[in-house]
Design a protein around this ligand. Structure first.
Ligand code: FAD
Ligand code: NAD
Length: 400
């Protein structure tokens, strides 16, 4: 019989773990496995706040796909996915035309959500990708380098605004607030010239997270000079800074956007029914009415039945889904029953820069050194899953 074509779209957490697990589940003669990704490298999205602020070299957050996957078992195609032609069972690629699939796994990740706020794409930095964060880092450094060369320096060029106090915004300001004293020293800038704001629409930072830990984190960041504006929706981004819902303007040379995510636009372009670009998938992780299409990671929507609300999209869930999808692909090929996916949330840990972090693991609250240790072990564990101890040695973090 003809070997089925399994095509995986996206080499993020979802796609990489699907590919590595499939290598273990299937023999080479059971299926052709193709992985399509825009770049020839994989990056750890969950680390990107660090290179964005310049506290970690961007090379540490990426790896060549061919260095970690067994390329004799996976056919890698570097290209951009444009659309899934569901009726024809084809994927349209920007450069190389159409490819056929029998089974498809969509793991194309997320793009920024603006909730319609004008000016974000023109005037703010919103891309949480390797290319995107390298630009944030360069722009920040340029603000410092420029300052003492101006005849009449504009102090707002040293104002940094983070839009959104979700985990991305908080982790980024944690890194930036650690780096600012170093930048001030390096570029001969008095520390009091630099202003950092985190602006959040909801009545609290990190809505939904443990209030005691939120307070710990906010106090720590305030002590590093961060000003929080809570209950303060941003209604526009301009070339000068941001406009708040109240009408007040805050001038800033840098606006970093972190107000949440939506599923990759390929989902809606391909005609899948979606909410904020995410498809509410079946228990077995297939798209409704599509026996041949699995959707996982930030493109998938799954409901936490205890509270009847969607789970926040995380790498933790993307990786767990990928393991189930690999099993389910095997089941389809062998004509076995499919497995249902149930997330097992181990906890949430957020870094605050330096050796600081906050988190809940199981029912234990962690902060300071113990949370920092946990966060770095989580980052190292992922490297271990992908590339074993060698990758941890090469790219891992010191947990102490
Ligand atoms: P991704 O990992 O983003 O991968 C998508 C891949 O698809 C990328 O390689 C991309 O290049 C590729 N791609 C996109 N479009 C195309 C296209 N058209 N054609 C071809 N390829 C394409 N989650 C946690 O669980 N814990 C954390 O600590 C955590 N920290 C985070 C920190 C930051 C700063 C950010 C931004 C997010 C964090 N998250 C965290 C969320 C987590 O990163 C995402 O939930 C996770 O990356 C989703 O995995 P994914 O595989 O769906 O997408
Ligand atoms: P988020 O949705 O978690 O937070 C976005 C925040 O922006 C919200 O608090 C929201 O109220 C606020 N906001 C929305 N519109 C606004 C506006 N106009 N003005 C001001 N504030 C506004 O998004 P995120 O932080 O980008 O995270 C995305 C996903 O990645 C989440 O699922 C998150 O859990 C996950 N993540 C996890 C970690 C971690 O576990 N350490 C780190 C980063 C991200």
């Amino acid at each position: 019989a003809r070997k089925p074509n399994i095509v995986i779209l996206g080499a993020g957490y979802a796609g990489m773990i699907t590919a590595t697990r499939l290598n273990k589940e299937l023999d080479a003669n059971e299926a052709n496995v193709t992985l399509v990704n825009k770049h020839d490298y994989h990056y750890q999205t969950t680390w990107l706040h660090e290179p964005a602020a310049g506290t970690l070299h961007p090379e540490k957050t990426r790896m060549k796909i061919s260095d970690v996957l067994n390329m004799s078992k996976v056919n890698f195609v570097q290209d951009e996915v444009v659309e899934v032609k569901r009726e024809e069972k084809k994927v349209a690629l920007k450069g190389k035309g159409d490819i056929d699939y029998d089974y498809l796994v969509i793991g194309l990740g997320a793009v920024p959500e603006t909730f319609g706020v004008p000016g974000v794409f023109e005037h703010a930095f919103s891309k949480w990708t390797v290319d995107g964060v390298r630009q944030i880092k360069d722009h920040i450094e340029y603000q410092f380098a420029k300052y003492n060369n101006e005849e009449e320096p504009d102090d707002s060029s040293l104002t940094f605004i983070v839009a959104g106090a979700g985990f991305t915004g908080i982790e980024f300001i944690g890194e930036l607030s650690e780096r600012v004293p170093e930048l001030c020293q390096e570029y001969d800038i008095p520390r009091n010239k630099v202003k950092m704001y985190v602006i959040e629409a909801a009545p609290t930072a990190l809505p939904g997270f443990d209030p005691e830990l939120v307070e710990y984190g906010m106090n720590l960041l305030e002590n590093r000079g961060v000003e929080f504006k809570i209950n303060t929706p941003i209604s526009e981004v301009t070339s000068e800074g941001v406009v708040l819902k109240s009408g007040e303007e805050i001038k800033a040379g840098t606006v970093v956007w972190a107000t949440g995510v939506r599923g990759n636009p390929v989902i809606e372009k391909s005609g899948f029914e979606a909410m904020r670009g995410r498809v509410k998938v079946e228990k077995d992780l297939r798209a409704p009415e599509h026996d041949d299409v699995f959707i996982i990671g930030d493109c998938a929507l799954i409901i936490n039945e205890e509270i009847n609300r969607p789970y926040p999209p995380t790498a933790q869930i993307a990786m767990q889904q990928a393991a189930v999808v690999a099993k389910n692909l095997k089941a389809l090929i062998k004509d076995d029953a499919l497995h249902e996916f149930t997330p097992e949330i181990k906890g949430t840990v957020a870094s605050l820069g330096g050796k600081e972090a906050i988190g809940v693991v199981g029912n234990k609250k962690l902060y300071g050194n113990s949370a920092n240790f946990m966060k770095k072990m989580i980052d190292n564990r992922y490297l271990f899953l992908l590339g074993g101890p060698a990758l941890v040695l090469k790219k891992g973090k010191n947990p102490f």
